[in-house]
Every structure is written in C-alpha cells, then in structure tokens.
Write a protein that binds this ligand. Structure first.
Ligand code: DC
Length: 212
C-alpha cells in the first residue's frame, strides 16, 4: 500500500496551489504541482517549433523529451536537460497553449505515470485538475478548491498576471480525456470569502481528524 495522497483539484487561480503547498508543509508531506508538469511539456514543444495543435507531432516529440521530474527539498521540480525550469512555465505562450497540450491523452498518460511515482515512497499533497478523479481515485482525501470567477480573476491580477483563466477553464473542463471535474467523493471548498489561512486550517483539520 502506498503512503497517503492528498488530492487537491480545482480551476485556475482558485488558490489551490498556495493552499496545497501550505498543507504539505503543515503535514510534512511532499508538495507536487502537476500544472508545472503540463506547462513544462508545453514550453518544450513550443521551443522545438512544434505547433501544439499538431497532435501527432507532439506525440512524436514525447519519446525523446529531455524533461525530468524531481524535488527540491519537499517541493516538486521540473527540469529540462538537468536545468530546473522556472519563469519558462508562466510565459504568456505557455499559458496560451497549455490547455491544448494537456488535452492530448498520450501527454496525460506520460505525466500521470510520473505523478504516481512520487507517491510510491512518500506521502504527497498533489494539486491539479484530475488528481482525485484519475491519478489517485482511491484516496479518501479529496478536496475541490474553487472560488467565483470574479474572485479568481482578481487574484490573478493581483499577482500581476494576465492569464485568460476563463478560457483555460472552459478548455480544461470540455476536453474528453480527464476533464476538470469534481470527484463524486471530493469535498467542495469555496474559498471566495475565505482567507488562505482559513482554507488551510479547514482542510488540514479534516485530514487530521480522518487520519487519526
Ligand atoms: O495549475 P495550472 O494552472 O498551473 O495548470 C496549467 C494547465 O495544466 C491547466 O490549464 C490544465 C493543465 N493541467 C491538467 O490538465 N491536469 C492537471 N492535473 C494539472 C494541470
């Protein structure tokens, strides 16, 4: 049996990344940002001059992809030829194309395998879109973190980012393979009127009470 896995899913800019990172810290678990993995593939594909909508070309590129997935302390990292990726992952071009790349089943199969590997040896808090539905469907710890579209847009703007989150959510929810959807057994956490601290406290208390 694998160590515990906490699944935190939700739409873009719902605060799930910040929340997941803090919960991981509080529990002493490894934090895994799966969006960064889809972003890394997107960045690499664009770097290679491949059109993201040319699905066959993207699939062909996957075989020799020089990306690796590791950790820095207790936080996941993505590397290209051994160099940790950072700003590359939030370039406008990466934002604009990540939903197209993430809709390709072959890309998802590759990354889901890597995501599960993280949990074979250690407990994880993993955030994304399909963690509770696809990556760890059997975990009892599933949270769907969301907020109103206005609140999410304001949060992105406050970060100085101009990502078109509504468009990305539409694409992520409409795709055939592993769409953004709440698992039937997940707990819904609407953070519109909550502080980060309140959200972390609520989820951490729930996990602790059920682990006891
Ligand atoms: O969490 P994020 O905004 O960095 O994710 C970037 C994109 O990656 C998101 O628009 C959809 C995709 N994604 C996904 O399809 N499945 C995941 N588990 C995580 C992200």
């Amino acid at each position: 049996m694998n160590p515990p896995a906490i699944a935190i899913d939700g739409p873009a800019a719902s605060g799930k990344s910040t929340v997941a990172k803090l919960i991981a810290k509080e529990l002493g678990f490894t934090f895994i940002n799966t969006g960064a993995m889809y972003r890394a593939v997107t960045w690499y594909v664009l770097q290679q001059g491949i059109d993201p909508s040319d699905t066959q070309a993207v699939i062909s590129a996957l075989a020799g992809i020089p990306l690796s997935f590791g950790k820095n302390g207790s936080v996941s990292t993505v590397m290209c030829n051994g160099k940790v990726l950072g700003d590359e992952l939030t370039l406008q071009s990466t934002n604009d194309n990540v939903s197209t790349i993430a809709a390709i089943p072959e890309v998802r199969a590759l990354l889901v395998e890597k995501q599960r590997e993280y949990n074979t040896a250690e407990p994880v808090v993993m955030e994304g879109r399909d963690i509770g539905t696809v990556v760890f469907p059997n975990t009892p710890y599933k949270y769907f973190v969301t907020a109103s579209e206005e609140v999410r847009a304001a949060r992105r703007a406050a970060q100085g980012l101009t990502d078109s989150i509504a468009e990305r959510d539409r694409k992520d929810s409409a795709r055939a393979c592993a769409p953004l959807t709440m698992a039937a057994d997940a707990q819904l956490v609407d953070t519109s009127d909550m502080t980060i601290e309140q959200v972390v406290a609520k989820i951490a208390a729930d996990i602790r009470s059920r682990m006891a």
